[in-house]
Design a protein around this ligand. Structure first.
Ligand code: SAM
Ligand code: SF4
Length: 335
């Protein structure tokens, strides 16, 4: 049928060409800002199958989406995820298949991921101190993650980026060490302000908030930072800086202090197949219902996605009071 557009445009004339697709809500870590210690995960039958995830990817790429980020939970612990990634790597028009991972599986998977067509990796790393790493992730092993980062570099991944969530009183003292770790490896690093997603039990978010401006001043005591325009045209909420004596870039993701909504080009799909039009709002459309209906067709899925563009909100609603406004945990939506 021909009544579908070839690109997705919302009612504020923003072109949506980037999808973050969560392939699992489960994880081998329990980071304190992301999950509660005891989590109830989505029952398996409610989780999209690998084939359903593929159909969603196909629908979006046929609607002009050129970038898909696989996330979670930890995307690389989903059973048989490589079979999905290999198929997605062949999708026409998908210029950038990228992944956000905690790095725990990269020693094993970095080379196969590159081979399957994954273009770039974002790897989360909040601290370089083994005990602190264990306390922030509750289950993670720092050596394994660093070996995973080095495996990605050795496999040939370019422009790998580390993501660090900084919490006051926990790891704010490590900003410079993390920058120097990235510089040693000639990779990029972004600092992320904690977002009020999900009711967590570990700390009071109003007290742990650490602003990007504060971190930037700290880094500038050692490295001079020069603001970059966005070379890719796709940095979204990240503001990047270069350093004269290094190839590494330092980014700051500041959902609180920076209103980037007018540039928003992205939507998210949860592992239950809910299309979320905005990370900071609850507007969503149930794609699983369509995928599982007896008269399913790719056309119907695409129609629902096109129609959903009309409810993409103009702005998100976070503030930095630490109040949880969105009850979804980050592992439900993916970062
Ligand atoms: N498990 C993978 C990982 O950790 O990279 C992918 C999923 S994780 C939800 C994606 C990103 O979201 C990570 O970089 C993580 O640090 C970040 N994140 C999780 N909870 C957050 C929160 N409440 N505020 C800000 N960033 C958060
Ligand atoms: Fe898992 Fe990533 Fe959430 Fe940490 S941030 S608990 S690694 S999903």
């Amino acid at each position: 049928m021909t009544d579908l557009p070839s690109t997705l445009i919302d009612k504020f004339q923003r072109r949506v060409d980037y999808v973050r697709l969560s392939v699992t809500d489960r994880c081998d870590f329990r980071c304190v800002y992301c999950m509660a210690e005891e989590m109830t995960f989505i029952p398996k039958p409610d989780v999209l199958t690998l084939e359903e995830l593929y159909q969603v990817s196909l629908a979006f790429t046929e609607l002009g989406v050129s970038k898909i980020r696989l996330t979670g939970g930890e995307p690389l612990i989903r059973n048989n995820v490589m079979s999905l990634i290999e198929k997605m790597g062949q999708l026409q028009g998908l210029d950038e298949l990228v992944i956000t991972t905690n790095g725990s599986q990269l020693q094993r998977l970095a080379a196969p991921l590159l081979e399957a067509g994954v273009k770039r990796l974002n790897i989360s790393l909040d601290t370089l101190q083994p005990r602190k790493f264990r306390s922030l992730t509750r289950h993670g092993n720092l050596d394994q993650v660093i070996a995973g980062i080095d495996a990605a570099i050795a496999a040939g991944f370019k422009r790998t980026k580390l993501n660090a969530v900084i919490l006051k009183g926990r790891n704010e003292d490590e900003a410079l060490d993390l920058v120097n770790f990235a510089r040693d490896r000639e990779i990029d690093l972004s600092f992320i302000e904690e977002m009020p997603l999900g009711l967590i039990d570990d700390h009071d978010r109003a007290l742990s908030f650490c602003s990007s401006d504060e971190l930037r001043s700290k880094i500038e005591t050692q490295h001079s930072l020069t603001a970059l325009g966005d070379p890719s045209g796709n940095a979204g909420p990240t503001r990047y800086f270069s350093m004269t004596d290094s190839k590494s870039r330092v980014g700051f993701i500041s959902p609180h202090s920076n209103n980037f909504c007018h540039l928003c080009n992205r939507v998210r799909v949860t592992v239950e197949g809910r299309l979320l039009l905005c990370l900071g709002n609850e507007h969503s459309v149930d794609l699983r219902h369509i995928l599982r209906s007896s008269d399913y067709s790719l056309y119907k899925l695409k129609r629902a996605i096109v129609d959903a563009m009309d409810i993409k909100p103009e702005k998100h609603i976070f503030d930095n009071s630490g109040k949880t406004e969105i009850l979804r945990f980050m592992n439900m939506t993916g970062g």
